[in-house]
Design a protein around this ligand. Structure first.
Ligand code: MTE
Length: 309
């Protein structure tokens, strides 16, 4: 299957970063004259044009697009890093609906086009750290998940949110294997889900989210290990009790509910003290909460993070 290259594939990350600086100033001036049209999922070209730059972005150099789209975890397409890039083009992303259900006043079903109109799309450049010991810097496009959650008015006893990924047996060869109990499910505490850093990701490097990275929409939670960021979400459920994620079911001793990036709590089979940034050779130290402690540490005040790993 062939496709047109994304503009970032033909643009080195340094030039991408400089072009963003230029766009920031020129968009600033242009936005005084015109309101950019709401992006549509089908219109790939210039999807992120007009995206607001976020103060939450890191100034670190983004990882080249070829690594972000070429080295993926998406077990529905197989367990090798190259399986999703080879196979995910089969994923059917249109039409795509997402249901918001459970302990809410107004349950809702929305299609992707409606979701894209809920809030202005921002560019957020986040560090992402995988539990396997590698990391990337990804220029996401999206908006705070809180903007979507507030539409359904969660009830007082909704304490957690469960995220359910798609199962498309005809396009996802990996769901024939028992490596995980499908569908892929992840969970957050409601206050984590509403935190301003938590993003509903719909694109990266200025364009629509590539399928291997979780099109058409995924969770992006930068202070937690990568597996918390569920891809290709079809349902969001508000629940009273802590949900059991697919990883907790598969290996409860290895993957806890919180899964905050924490260099002081080793995985039972390897250290979490350092990481390899994809594209670099020397390892770097892993930071508590992946470097987002200033924003999120207060969520865990008084909790023993060795017990709640
Ligand atoms: N979501 C689904 N549905 N299935 C998966 O296998 N893998 C997780 C997470 N979300 C996964 C998923 C893991 S382990 C990681 S590290 C990140 O996606 C990887 O995201 P990326 O491939 O876009 O870097």
């Amino acid at each position: 299957m062939t496709r047109d290259p994304l503009s970032a594939e033909i643009t080195p990350p340094e030039i991408y970063a400089r072009r963003r600086e230029f766009l920031k100033t020129s968009i600033g001036a242009a936005s005084l004259l015109a309101v950019p049209p709401a992006p549509t999922f089908a219109a790939t070209a210039a999807f992120g044009a007009g995206a607001k730059q976020s103060a939450f972005s890191t100034a670190e150099m983004p990882t080249p697009l070829k690594h972000i789209t070429g080295y993926c975890n998406f077990y529905e397409f197989g367990t090798d890093k190259e399986d999703p890039p080879r196979r995910a083009h089969r994923l059917v992303t249109q039409p795509w609906q997402i249901t918001l259900e459970g302990l809410v006043k107004k349950p809702l079903t929305l299609d992707i086009e409606e979701i894209l109109k809920l809030a202005p799309i921002e560019e957020r450049i986040y560090r992402m750290r995988c539990v396997e010991g590698w990391s990337m810097v990804i220029p996401w496009l999206g908006f705070p998940l809180a903007e979507l959650l507030k539409k359904v008015e969660p009830l007082g006893n909704a304490k957690y949110v469960e995220f359910v990924s798609a199962v498309q047996p005809e396009t996802m060869i990996g769901v024939q294997s028992r490596v995980l109990d499908w569908p892929y499910v992840e969970g957050l505490r409601l206050d984590e889900a509403r935190h301003p850093l938590t993003l509903l990701g719909v694109g990266l490097y200025g364009e629509v989210l590539p399928k291997q990275n979780g099109a058409p929409l995924r969770l992006v939670v930068p202070w937690k290990y990568g597996f918390k960021s569920a891809k290709s979400i079809v349902a969001i459920r508000f629940v009273e009790h802590e949900p059991r994620s697919a990883w907790m079911k598969s290996a409860p001793g290895e993957y806890g509910f919180y899964s905050n990036v924490n260099p002081t709590v080793d995985h039972p089979r390897w250290s979490q003290a350092s990481e390899r940034r994809i594209g670099e050779f020397t390892k770097r130290k892993t930071l508590m909460f992946n470097g987002y402690g200033e924003q999120v540490a207060s969520l865990y005040a008084g909790m023993d993070l060795r017990k709640h790993f």
